[in-house]
Ligand binder design. Structure first.
Ligand code: HEM
Length: 154
């Protein structure tokens, strides 16, 4: 396979991993919103806990690792293509990486919230989970526009 072919394959794998990661980041808080209505110790509580732990461990954690892995490889290949790391400090890349930092922090915040639900110690409301539910998607909009346009105006 040519160099360009493997770069495009890496991009495909990166985007697929990002899709799975985003699906989890958007769905887990939705489960939390419904979970707030279940009495700790009830059957419904147990069902939500199972759905949450499976989504987090089986989908979200591996998808985040894969998005980082393929994104990191793209960075590495880019550094060879551009003959250095100057591209990494262009505004679009800085915005992209800030988005990555935010999504990763949000992922871990959701992980802590999942543990609180599992211990019957959730203190956040249905309203909180519905109000914050769109944050990852807002970050994704900014990041996708950053990588696709590179803010070049062309
Ligand atoms: C997890 C850490 C991540 C790293 C290290 C990373 C890094 C990268 C790099 C280096 C590229 C190639 C950029 C280029 O030179 O064209 C890329 C492409 C891309 N990334 Fe990420 N990324 C990450 C996560 C994400 C997330 C969370 C999203 C979306 C919400 C995203 C969306 C995209 C898209 C759509 C492309 C393809 C852009 C194109 O080639 O036109 N990435 N990423």
């Amino acid at each position: 396979m040519t160099m360009d072919g493997s770069y495009d394959l890496l991009r495909s794998l990166h985007i697929l991993a990002v899709i799975a990661w985003m699906a989890g980041l958007l769905y887990l808080p939705r489960l939390f919103a419904y979970h707030t209505a279940a009495a700790p110790g009830s059957e419904m509580d147990a069902t939500f806990q199972t759905m949450e732990v499976k989504l987090y461990r089986i989908i979200m954690n591996p998808a985040m690792v894969a998005a980082w892995l393929f994104g990191g490889l793209l960075l590495w290949v880019d550094s060879h293509r551009h003959g250095g790391w100057a591209f990494a400090s262009e505004p679009w890349m800085i915005v992209k990486l800030l988005g990555v930092v935010f999504l990763t922090a949000w992922h871990h915040f959701l992980g802590r919230a999942r543990k609180a639900f599992a211990a019957g110690r959730n203190t956040r409301s249905n309203r909180f989970w519905r109000a914050t539910n769109e944050l990852p998607f807002l970050a994704a909009i900014v990041m996708v526009i950053a990588v696709t346009t590179e803010f070049s105006g062309r």
